[in-house]
Design a protein around this ligand. Sequence first.
Ligand code: 3PG
Ligand code: MG
Length: 392
Amino acid sequence: MRSIKDETNLNQKKVLLRLDLNVPLDNEKITDTTRIDKILPTINFLLKSEAKIIILSHVGRPKGRIVKELSLKPICEDLRNKLNENIRLVSKNIKEIKSTDLFNKHSEKIVILENLRFYEEEEKNDNGFAKHLASLADIYVNDAFSCSHRAHASIFEITKFIPSYAGLQLNSEIDALTKITSKIQRPITCIIGGSKISSKINIIKNLIAKFDNIIMVGGMANNILKYKEYEIGKSIQEINCDQIIKEIFSLSKKENCKIIYPEDVVVGKDLNGTAEIKELDNISKDELILDIGPKTIKAINLLIEESSTILWNGPAGYFENPNFAKGSVEIAKKIIEKNKNNTIYSVVGGGDTVSLLNSMGGISNFNFVSTAGGAFLEYLEGKKLPGIRALN
Ligand code: 3PG
Ligand code: MG
C-alpha cells in the first residue's frame, strides 16, 4: 500500500481526497466534529506540500437523491474555520463538473464536492462515475478508513483509473488495529449496539470465535428479543433475521462465547418522549425500546468488571434524548473507571459512540479511538476491506 506521506513531489498536483466527513447532524448543525478534527493533519500535510485538494465525502444515506439536510455545507464551514482557508463548496452536479471548473483562481487550494451519495452511482460502485471523478485530479488518496468496508465508486472503483494512495489517518488506524488484534489479553468482551442492524448482525457470527463475551444492545438487541418471542412494539428491527440469530446462538455454544442481550428495557412512545422501565414481557404494541434497563446495566457492568479487554461499537440506546442515554452512559462510566485503574484495555469505534463519549468528556480514558464503526467490526472479523484491497 503506497502512502501519501512518502510522496515527495505533490507541488501543484491535484489530489482527490476521499474522507469520511459523515458527522452527526442535527438540523444542519454538526453535533460532533471528531471525524473532521482527525483528518486535519492530512489536509495540512497536503497544503504544506502545495497540493490542490478536492475533498470527497458522503453524509448519511440519501440513497441517490438530493437531500438538502444532508448537504456538506456545515462541514465545509467547519473546515474553513479550522484551517483558516477559503474552501469552496462546489454544489454543481458532480457528473457535470469538469476539471477546468476547479482551481481556475490560482489562490484556490481546497474545494469540496457535494455529498457523493446524492448520486446513486456512488453506492453502485459505478465504473463511469468513478472514471469521471478520477478525471478531475492527478492522484487519489483514501483517508476514510471508516468507509473502506464499502465497495463504492469513490472508495473502490476509482482506484482503477488514477494512482492511488493511503492517507495519514487510514495508515494510523490500520497500524493501531493491527497492534490491538495481535496482542489481546483475555477475557475479551465486545459490545455491539447502534441502529445499523443490517450492517452488523451478519458480522457477529464471525466474531464469536474471537471473543469470550458478546453483548448486544441497541437496535440489534430488538431482533433478538423478537426472536425470543417478546413483543417489541414499534422498535426498529430488521426483517428476516431469525436464521442468523439461530446460528449466532448455536455457534456461541460451540465456541464457548457468552451472548448477552437485554433482560429489561426502557421504552418510550416516540423518540422525543419520556422513559419508562419495562420487563420484557410487558412491552406494548405502541411503544419503542429506546434503552437497556437497570438489570441489564448491572449485568453488563459485571462482565466489564471481569474483562481485560473491551471493544465497544454502537450505543445502547437513543442517547440523543437524555431520557434514553442512561444505558450508554453507565457502560461508558464503568469502562472509564476500569481504565483509570489500569485494569482494562479499551477500544471504541463508531461515529455515534465516539460522539457520546465526547459529550461526557470521556474520550481520553479509552486506549484507542477509531473513527470507524462498521469498518472496525469487519476488520476485526478478519475481512479484507474493499477499500484497502483496492490500494494494495
Ligand atoms: C459510517 O458512519 O460508518 C461510515 O460513514 C459509513 O456509513 P454507512 O454505514 O452509511 O455506509
Ligand atoms: Mg455512522
